[in-house]
Design a binder for this molecule. Structure first.
Ligand SMILES: O=C(CO)COP(=O)(O)O
Length: 251
């Protein structure tokens, strides 16, 4: 049985005071959780605060992005090695906002994935199609290309030390959640695709769903056989919502 995982992607939100209140509430509200892992990914400047607050708790943390380069002359970038100083566990790579707004292509995302793994951190690889791509029946092809770029660089067996997040672009921040069966269909496609190369990896890998997950739809999504939890945007900024979503993963 795969453990469920719920990760909050705070995106570019928060400040020291708000973060502290949110983290304290989430720690208290999820204390009784069993067999569910929870994590938060704050913006870089708050990693020290998050580390200080969450060390010695049951909640893990990570970063939202990383450089594809090692330490050096790359103004504005953050290397995977630096994230080790903050005891990060996870690093999100290839979020659709990075792909569409910051020009990250499949190859760059694969390089980032590799850098994260090389430092012993766990990448959360985001994949997903746009509405236009879904409407012309390209969902599987797009996701296959996104996965293949990574598999080509690191090999299929390395995926077992990663998490995949299926985030249909049309569902992110729109309030339009994929139906549980739409999401399940794509999750199964991803798992079957990996299984063709490695059954063990396919059975072990956690595949999260992301895109307008809220407290009122999380339970149904997480009950699908190939949905192993969620990557939560907006609702991860509201303590009571994020706690409810984490609790929904337990059922
Ligand atoms: O992009 C997401 C998480 O990475 C999803 O965001 P929302 O939950 O706000 O739709």
């Amino acid at each position: 049985m795969r453990t469920k995982l719920v990760v909050g992607n705070w995106k570019m939100n928060g400040n020291l005071d708000q973060n502290q209140a949110l983290l304290n509430a989430v720690v208290a509200g999820t204390r009784e959780l069993q067999n569910v892992k929870c994590a938060v990914c704050p913006p870089y400047p708050y990693l020290a605060e998050v580390q200080r607050t969450l060390e010695n708790t049951h909640i893990l943390w990570g970063a939202q992005n990383v450089s594809q380069f090692d330490l050096g002359a790359y103004t504005g970038e953050v290397a995977a090695e630096m994230l080790l100083d903050f005891s990060c566990h996870y690093v999100i790579v290839g979020h659709s906002e990075r792909r569409s707004l910051f020009g990250e292509d499949n190859h760059t995302v694969a390089e980032k994935f590799k850098k994260v793994q090389d430092k012993g951190l766990t990448p959360i690889l985001c994949v997903g199609e746009t509405l236009a791509q879904r409407e012309i029946g390209e969902t599987e092809r797009i996701i296959e290309e996104q996965l293949d770029a990574v598999i080509k660089l690191v090999g299929v067996d390395s995926l077992v030390k990663s998490v995949i997040a299926y985030e249909p672009v049309w569902a992110i921040g729109t309030g339009k959640t994929a139906t549980p069966s739409q999401a399940q269909g794509v999750h199964l496609f991803i798992r079957n695709k990996i299984a063709k190369q490695s059954e063990t990896t396919a059975n072990g890998i956690q595949i999260l769903y992301g895109g307008s997950v809220k407290s009122n739809n999380a339970g149904e999504l997480f009950s699908m056989p190939d949905i192993d939890g969620g990557l939560i945007g907006g609702a991860s900024l509201v303590a009571s919502d994020f706690i409810s979503i984490c609790l929904a993963a337990q059922r």
